[in-house]
Structures are given as structure tokens and as C-alpha cells.
Design a protein around this ligand. Structure first.
Ligand SMILES: [Zn+2]
Length: 157
């Protein structure tokens, strides 16, 4: 089974991924709820700017792209894993209903929000993320490793 997409496919995938992410972000910003006081403190601790703009949306399943090519790519890089618990799309965070307000998960996703901000938005984040997943794989992607390590540090303090 081919687990990784080719680096040459990134340019083709990127606009599709960015469009999908922007649509999903808009939905969460409309329908979601703000962070709680303790989540706001965690967001500041991981470097999120304007954490009051972040919204969480509780969903039964994390949405996956419907575009066939994007869906295949997402599956192949585990951008959307088999049963993801959460997904950050800039200021929007999807949280699976059985993980709702799970601190480890929210902090992990907030680190991704900080990464979107640091890298300059949806397009540059996705470009970096997809390239990392396509070259070293999802598990070893530096953006993932940073999110996991930071969440561990913050939640053990
Ligand atoms: Zn992650």
C-alpha cells in the first residue's frame, strides 16, 4: 500500500486543500463556541495570538474532503487519519464529540493554530504540512512532533 503522496503532487493538491480548509474554517467560526477561561490560558501559553477568535465545534466525525483527489491524498498522508479526534484549520478546531473538551487534544490543536499564525495562514501552513507528510510521513512531520511535545509539556505543568 502506498502510504505517501509524491512531492510532485503537492502543487496540484495545495489549492484544493486550501479551499476545503477555508470552507470548513468558516463553518466552525459560524457554528462553534469560544474557548473556556482555562483553554484561553492554554492558548496563550502555546503562543496563539488573539485566542478569543478561536472556535471549537463538536462533531460526531471529523469532516473529510469530498473531492476524490484530495480525499485520496488526505488518506495517504494521514492528514485525516482513520478516526481523527480533532482537526485544526487555523482559528477553527473540530473536536470529536467523545473527546469534547479533552485538554490534551485541545492543546495539541491549539499548537497547530499557533503554527498557522506563525507560518502566515492556511496556504503556507498546508504547504509546509503536506510537504512534511509527503517526505517524512505524518508521524515524523516536524509540525506534528511540535504539537505533541508542546501539549505534553503544557498539560504536565
Ligand atoms: Zn496534530
Amino acid at each position: 500500500m502506498d502510504r505517501q503522496i509524491g512531492i510532485d503532487q503537492v502543487d496540484e493538491l495545495l489549492p484544493l486543500a486550501a479551499q476545503w480548509a477555508t470552507e470548513q474554517e468558516r463553518r466552525v467560526l459560524c457554528e462553534g463556541v469560544p474557548l473556556s477561561e482555562s483553554e484561553l490560558a492554554d492558548a496563550k501559553a502555546v503562543g496563539v495570538r488573539n485566542p478569543e477568535r478561536v472556535r471549537l465545534l463538536r462533531v460526531d466525525e471529523i469532516p473529510v474532503p469530498v473531492h476524490p483527489m484530495l480525499k485520496a491524498a488526505a488518506a495517504s498522508i494521514n492528514f485525516i487519519t482513520a478516526a481523527p479526534r480533532g482537526l485544526a484549520l487555523q482559528n477553527a478546531i473540530f473536536v470529536r464529540s467523545d473527546q469534547w473538551r479533552d485538554r490534551d487534544l485541545i492543546v495539541h490543536e491549539l499548537v497547530h493554530t499557533a503554527q498557522y499564525q506563525r507560518l502566515g495562514g492556511v496556504l503556507p501552513f498546508l504547504q509546509t504540512y503536506i510537504v512534511q507528510c509527503a517526505t517524512v510521513g505524518y508521524q515524523q512531520a516536524p509540525l506534528e512532533l511540535e504539537a505533541t511535545a508542546t501539549a505534553e509539556r503544557i498539560c504536565s505543568e
